[in-house]
Design a protein around this ligand. Structure first.
Ligand SMILES: Nc1ncnc2c1ncn2[C@@H]1O[C@H](COP(=O)(O)OP(=O)(O)OP(=O)(O)O)[C@@H](O)[C@H]1O
Ligand SMILES: [Mg+2]
Length: 410
């Protein structure tokens, strides 16, 4: 019966026996089949002939400690077959004792679990890959979300930019059309005035003739004064019509000519408001539209005049200087009209260049003067305009690149 048990076990399991030193004394066919060795090759060899190099020696230490203590050792062991392939076996090593309780030999009974172990390994690997995939997927989604958010942001910015550009364009168009219709109106007035001015001159001339006949000096003096006034009126009309003439061609012009033109146009106002204008000009040529610079200077002087009146300044002075600094023309217009209002100056003086920014009553200011001046300086003259204010003075600095010839001369 014992033999039958033995046979049953040997047929269904991988069985080997070793002596107390681990030298193989018996192997069954299943052992030979899985290890790839013949029984002859195995018997007499140490059992570690099938040891896999991956298995740490501490495992064997535990095995030996257990079985030497006459206990059964159970574990799944990784082994190496003769042809180098790996196999896994669920192993039970049992010490066989004699009647005195001493160890006679060890019997190891195993069954093949290679498939299960490999499947488990595969499963673990897949699991890990899945986790990895999950992680990268999460990262990818996050990245995409970020990209989309970024896109959204730049899109918003672009839309804002476009809206701003559009608004600016509309303002320019509004300003240009206002300018053009003013020009037209002035042209009409000039036309209507020239005729009576000529008639007036003729009438005065007859008065002069009568005065000469009558030898009336006082009338002669009146005649000379009136002629001057008429000449002045005629010049003013010419100045204004020239100023509003649509002139969009850029050409080289003298900065001082352009400034003097503004002073001519504002002559009456300057006198009426008792403003002293001090000028210190250098001969400088730049490229652009002379009318436009004239317009900027008019805007600045008008602002100074408004400030003089608003702050009730008695001694009113505006200093205008032009000079060259490296490759730029610099125009400085400085007034002593009280300075830019404190709260604006501390918040950022650039605010005064914003469209519709005004501290004046709606009937007195639209807040477009400086906005337009900056536009002209930047777009029309390729330069810049900035303001500075301290104590009771305000200084506007206009910078315009020099005309090419001017730089070469230097
Ligand atoms: N020389 C100056 N001294 C003091 N404040 C000034 C001076 N120039 C400009 N400012 C301030 O800057 C504001 C904006 O000036 P801007 O010329 O753009 O508009 P405005 O003069 O108010 O109106 P307008 O469109 O009729 O010119 C003014 O309302 C004023 O408060
Ligand atoms: Mg103004």
């Amino acid at each position: 019966m014992l033999n039958q048990y033995k046979e049953a076990i040997e047929k269904s399991n991988i069985v080997s026996r070793t002596d107390i030193n681990g030298i193989i004394t018996f192997v069954n066919d299943e052992f030979c089949k899985i290890s790839g060795y013949s029984a002859d090759e195995l018997i007499g060899q140490n059992h570690n002939i099938v040891r896999h190099p991956d298995v740490p020696s501490s495992n064997f230490k535990l095995l030996w400690e257990t079985i030497k203590n006459k206990k059964t050792f159970k574990a799944t062991v990784k082994n190496l077959a003769k042809n180098g392939t790996t196999f896994y076996v669920n192993t039970t090593v049992t010490p066989i004792l004699n009647s005195d309780g001493e160890i006679l030999e060890f019997i190891a009974i195993r069954y093949d679990t290679t498939k299960e172990v490999l499947l488990k390994e595969e499963l673990l690997k897949k699991d890990k890959e899945l986790q990895e995939l999950n992680k990268t997927l999460e990262l990818k989604v996050q990245k995409k979300i970020k990209e989309l958010e970024e896109l959204n942001k730049t899109l918003k910015l672009k839309i804002k930019e476009e809206i701003n550009k559009n608004e600016e364009k509309q303002r320019v168009m509004f300003w240009q059309s206002r300018h053009a219709s003013l020009g037209q109106m002035l042209g009409n007035i000039a036309h209507q005035w020239r005729q009576p001015l000529t008639e007036l001159t003729l009438t005065l001339f007859s008065m002069k003739k009568t005065a000469l006949i009558n030898d009336d000096d006082s009338v002669l003096k009146f005649y000379e004064d009136s002629k001057k006034i008429i000449k002045n009126m005629s010049n003013t009309i010419d100045d204004f019509t020239n100023f509003f003439k649509p002139d969009k061609e850029k050409h080289h012009f003298n900065i001082s000519d352009s400034i003097n033109e503004s002073l001519n146009i504002l002559d009456k106002l300057i006198q009426k408001e008792m403003i002293t204008i001090k000028t210190n000009f250098q001969e400088i040529e730049v490229l652009g539209i002379t009318n436009e610079l004239t317009q900027v200077i008019i805007n600045l002087i008008q602002n100074s005049k408004d400030a003089f009146v608003y702050n009730s300044i008695l001694i009113r002075e505006i200093n205008i200087t032009t000079k060259v600094d490296s490759d730029e023309a610099i125009i400085e217009i400085q007034d002593n009209a009280g300075g830019i209002k404190e709260d604006i100056n501390t918040k950022g003086i650039d605010k005064i260049f914003e469209p519709y920014f005004t501290t004046k009553h709606t009937s007195q200011g639209t807040g477009l003067g400086l906005f337009m001046s900056r536009m002209i300086c930047e777009k029309g003259l390729n330069g810049s305009i900035n303001a500075q204010s301290n104590k009771n003075m305000t200084t506007f600095t206009i910078k315009i690149p020099l005309a090419e010839g001017m730089i070469d001369e230097k």
